[in-house]
Design a protein. Structure first.
Length: 151
């Protein structure tokens, strides 16, 4: 009986320790997702080179700070840059895009980068604006706008 009670206590301790590790790693993951979201391109690599040319109409822009935003668009047309790649952003689809900025040595948005300057122009986009640019799908399923040709 005493052996059975000791075994039960050991099982409970083992489960408790495993649960603590899961909680600690879960909180670290949530910290990473909260802070990694500053620049989504840095956090998640693309599934594969999947840049797609898109023409879209801006529905709205949610400005988060001086460089971060969420761009709500309706896709008008797409053109995959890769042969054999399925078009995953269909015409008429509503999407939320985040900017995929080039980062400086400190991991912050490089404001001197020409591509970043073009992406920052979308901070002032208005509903109804037509844009053309390149988007990419991240491993986590989020979409980023990689570059913009017209705004």
């Amino acid at each position: 009986m005493q052996i059975l009670a000791s075994a039960a206590i050991l099982v409970l301790l083992a489960v408790g320790c495993a649960s603590d590790k899961t909680q600690k790693s879960g909180s670290a993951a949530s910290d990473t997702s909260q802070h990694g979201e500053l620049f989504p391109g840095k956090k998640d690599a693309a599934i594969k080179s999947n840049n797609m040319a898109v023409t879209a109409v801006v529905e709205s822009v949610a400005v988060l700070d001086d460089v971060r935003y969420r761009l709500f668009v309706r896709v008008v047309s797409t053109d995959s840059h890769n042969e054999g790649m399925e078009t995953v952003a269909d015409s008429g689809r509503h999407m939320v895009l985040s900017p995929d900025y080039a980062l400086d040595e400190q991991g912050k948005c490089d404001r001197s980068n020409e591509r970043n300057k073009r992406l920052m122009t979308l901070l002032s986009a208005k509903g109804g604006d037509r844009i053309a640019g390149n988007i990419s799908l991240l491993q986590n399923g989020g979409w980023v706008i990689v570059d913009i040709e017209t705004h």
